[in-house]
Design a protein around this ligand. Structure first.
Ligand code: ATP
Ligand code: MG
Length: 317
């Protein structure tokens, strides 16, 4: 019998989680890169893992797939214990790694064929799927191009198509749209939504807050391997920010901060921009409107504000 550590997270609903992480710890040397991380993903859910560079996202996914082993904690994937049953679990999982590992000497079609064979599929079976996979990635015209000749974005799209070869129940994607142009990114979002509509489960990492906001049912923000927030995107925006934002630039931000302080809930300076968090925007509007050289943008709060609030607007590495 498997025992679970105290405080282990379990899904609130009846069905077993598609993915479960309980109190997972991972050290590299004397550095703790994943530090007691717990989360679960229900079947059919899209779950996002957000965090600054080096937060431990890729390490988390690598442990989930059984590529890296945890030092402590419980991991389950499609109801299989990881790493002991990782090979079996992986049969039902599609993976998009952070960095493409396509074979540059093979053509697009050959890459799909070789990958399908890992899953024990016959040549016929895979050939039958190739047209729909190429269509998924909008690579129909590149079937016989060598991967080494593709652009970076095309390779990314091929990696996404390749992850679907085995018709997986769960997709684990590490920054799926990094390096894609806006059209390709929107295409992939549409494709991922259609996969979700078909009942697939998705765990993804992203640095695009718009991506997380559009796709994810729930997300978890991690920093230095620890969970610092979890929830539905709009709930996090409401609970962490909960008011409008006015971005002001083109003026000395320090001087403006002092002037506007009595009229705003909270302020932050990032570079040359002053961020004002306001319940009532009118007093700020009145003071900056028409001021020579000053530009401002009044907008609802978004997930990027949440991320920057939680992890700091300054870059730390
Ligand atoms: N194989 C390894 N050996 C030693 N340290 C590692 C190894 N892999 C990752 N790390 C360290 O673990 C920490 C987390 O790295 P990880 O790649 O998981 O971050 P990440 O959240 O995916 O970052 P990014 O957004 O830049 O992809 C970093 O400090 C990194 O240097
Ligand atoms: Mg990473």
């Amino acid at each position: 019998m498997e025992t679970r550590p105290p405080g282990a997270v379990t899904a609130a609903d009846e069905s077993a989680p598609a993915i479960e992480f309980s109190e997972v710890i991972k050290h590299y040397g004397d550095k703790t890169v994943v530090d007691g991380l717990s989360f679960f993903v229900r079947p059919g859910e899209c779950f996002g893992l957000l965090g600054p560079n080096g937060a431990g996202k890729t390490t988390t996914l690598r442990m989930l797939l059984g590529i890296a082993s945890p030092d402590a904690g419980v991991i389950r994937l499609v109801d299989e214990p990881i790493p002991s049953r990782a090979r079996f679990a992986r049969q039902r999982v599609g993976v998009v790694p952070q960095f493409d590992n396509l074979d540059p000497d093979f053509t697009v079609r050959e890459n799909l064929l070789v990958f399908g064979r890992y899953f024990g599929m016959s040549g016929h079976e895979i050939e039958a799927l190739v047209p729909s996979l190429l269509e998924f990635a909008r690579l129909e015209s590149k079937a016989n191009a060598r991967v080494g000749e593709l652009s970076g974005g095309m390779k990314r799209r091929l990696t996404l198509a390749r992850a679907l070869v085995n018709d997986p129940d769960v997709l684990v994607m590490d920054e799926p749209t990094t390096g894609l142009d806006p059209q390709a990114r929107h295409l992939i979002w549409e494709r991922l939504r259609s996969l979700l509509a078909r009942g697939k489960t998705i765990l993804l990492t992203t640095h695009f807050m718009e991506e997380a906001e559009r796709l994810c049912d729930r997300l978890c923000v991690i920093e230095e391997g620890r969970k610092i927030a979890e929830g539905r995107p709009h709930e996090l925006v409401e609970s962490v920010i909960g008011c409008d934002v006015i971005e002001i630039y083109g003026s000395d931000p320090q001087a403006l901060r002092a002037e506007l302080a009595p009229f705003v809930e909270r302020m932050e300076i990032s570079g040359e921009t002053l961020f004002c968090y306001v319940d009532d925007p009118q007093p700020v509007h009145q003071r900056v409107r028409g001021r020579p050289g000053v530009r401002y943008l009044h907008r609802p709060a978004n997930l990027e504000d949440v991320f920057l609030r939680l992890t700091g607007r300054e870059m730390v590495d």
